[in-house]
Design a protein around this ligand. Structure first.
Ligand SMILES: Nc1ncnc2c1ncn2[C@@H]1O[C@H](COP(=O)(O)OP(=O)(O)OP(=O)(O)O)[C@@H](O)[C@H]1O
Length: 438
């Protein structure tokens, strides 16, 4: 859809309206069938980072409605409003955009959907464990409208996989509304690129399975919580009993994991996506003028032969700066970490480079903001992989260099700890996207 494309309709007082097509959420046929409601958004004129507001207009002669009157029926609907995500705008977006849209979709019916506001880091996990999982595991169809960043989806995945799944299990449909900081998954799936912050995906029926990975950790690995002031044991996989985290976006160690960890504080969060660059600058240009840290561990890539035999091959260096595996193309809207990744294609790509000075690291990362040009730079390794293994072997005494990032969660390993990452062939949930399953 081109930038200048317009959408015109005639209001119920015969007045003409013309809006930008990128602002259109949908057109809903009213139950009686005589008229329709055109739903569109209005973006803030002063703050481009502010969520848009929704406008509703009765129309007597729009083009044929995009969605029939009862397209929302047949699924239980949960709306999750993650108050702690991003710069804390999920509540306002729910009130000014999501609620008015759902009230039209459900024709104002009472109790048509349940709204859950997060109150703590455990809220989405508890909701999934207590309400969503039991229902989908009994075969009930569920729709989850998720106002959060990538952390919301990773909490849902890990909770859904924390117990054995029954034969009746029905993967819930998740609609991502990008209220987090980076929103990597949202920006990497081929959702309509418009101004509606994901609202235009709500009336569509295009869903695809979300590819996931598993990171299995050595027994002493600990999840850092509460701005790293506390630590917890990791969830154990119900089948293997091993400490395991599932993810769908990114697994990293080195510079990326450190800057995600260091910037996950209330102090940094208020700066939105800028927080990553601020933390990167601090890490890459230490105050004492020294070079950035050279991260030490053995890093191996999982290779499979054409006959399916597996072997692990070491990266040809013992010190590293950037080691990142990802299932998505974009870690932020304009930060294309893996240009070869296609939406929801299930590939896992490794991006890595060795120790260097702050300016060179900034240059390489700057290329990622130019449509992923860093992968063409000779200093950067880039390839599709099946898995990755990091073994510390006692090479890093200071625990801050042993932090691993899984979709924004930070895990600290023991001095001789290890972690192994692999793609997982499990269909846990579907995400709404722009094109139907192939
Ligand atoms: N009311 C709350 N109180 C405390 N923590 C909360 C609350 N609501 C959400 N959280 C936590 O805040 C974090 C938000 O993570 P999320 O990934 O959704 O946002 P983000 O980190 O800003 O975005 P992204 O991961 O896309 O960069 C999660 O750890 C979540 O559990």
């Amino acid at each position: 859809m081109s930038k200048t494309e317009k959408f015109a309709f005639l209001g119920d007082k015969d007045e003409e309206h013309t809006i930008d097509s990128k602002d259109l959420v949908t057109v809903i046929q009213d139950p009686a069938g005589a008229s329709s409601t055109v739903i569109y958004v209005e973006s803030s004129k002063t703050d481009p980072a502010a969520p848009p507001q929704v406008k509703l207009s009765k129309a007597i002669s729009p083009p044929p409605p995009s969605a029939g009157p009862d397209f929302m029926s047949g699924r239980e609907t949960h709306v999750i409003v993650s108050a702690g995500s991003g710069t804390g705008q999920a509540g306002v977006f729910y009130e000014h955009a999501v609620k008015p849209v759902l009230d039209v979709f459900f024709h104002g019916a009472k109790n048509a959907y349940q709204v859950h506001y997060t109150a703590s880091v455990m809220s989405i996990i508890n909701l999934t464990n207590d309400i969503i999982f039991p229902r989908v595991n009994e075969g009930h169809l569920q729709r989850i409208i998720l106002l959060s960043g990538d952390g919301g989806i990773v909490d849902i995945i890990n909770s859904l996989l924390s117990r054995p799944i029954s034969g009746s299990y029905k993967p819930p449909q998740v609609f991502l509304l990008p209220l987090g900081t980076a929103n990597a998954l949202f920006h990497s799936i081929d959702i309509r690129k418009d101004n509606t912050w994901g609202l235009s995906s709500l009336p569509t029926d295009n869903h695809r399975p979300l590819p996931i990975f598993a990171a299995r950790f050595s027994p002493g690995a600990r999840l850092l919580v509460n701005e790293a002031q506390s630590e917890e044991g990791l969830p154990k996989d119900p089948q293997t009993g091993q400490p395991t985290l599932y993810g769908a976006v990114v697994f990293s160690w080195g510079m990326h994991a450190s800057l995600v960890a260091d910037s996950d504080t209330a102090k940094y969060r208020k700066f939105g996506v800028e927080r990553f660059k601020m933390a990167a600058t601090e890490a890459l240009f230490p105050a004492d003028g020294s070079l950035p840290h050279a991260y030490k561990a053995k890093v191996c890539i999982l290779c499979t032969s054409p006959l399916g035999d597996e072997s692990w091959r070491s990266l040809p260096r013992e010190e590293h700066m950037y080691v990142l595996a990802t299932m998505v193309s974009n870690l932020e809207k304009t930060f294309t970490i893996s240009p070869a990744s296609k939406p929801l294609d299930g590939s896992l790509h490794l991006v890595h480079f060795g120790p260097t000075d702050g300016n060179e690291a900034m240059r390489l990362m700057g290329l990622a903001y130019q449509d992923g040009k860093h992968v063409d730079d000779p200093a950067v390794g880039y390839q599709a992989i099946e898995g990755l293994r990091i073994e510390f072997e006692g090479k890093e005494e200071d625990s801050r260099w042993r932090r691993i990032c899984v979709d924004g969660k930070i895990v600290r390993l023991e001095e001789k700890g290890w972690v192994e990452l692999r793609k997982v062939d499990r269909h846990v949930l579907d995400v709404a996207c722009g094109s139907p399953a192939a």
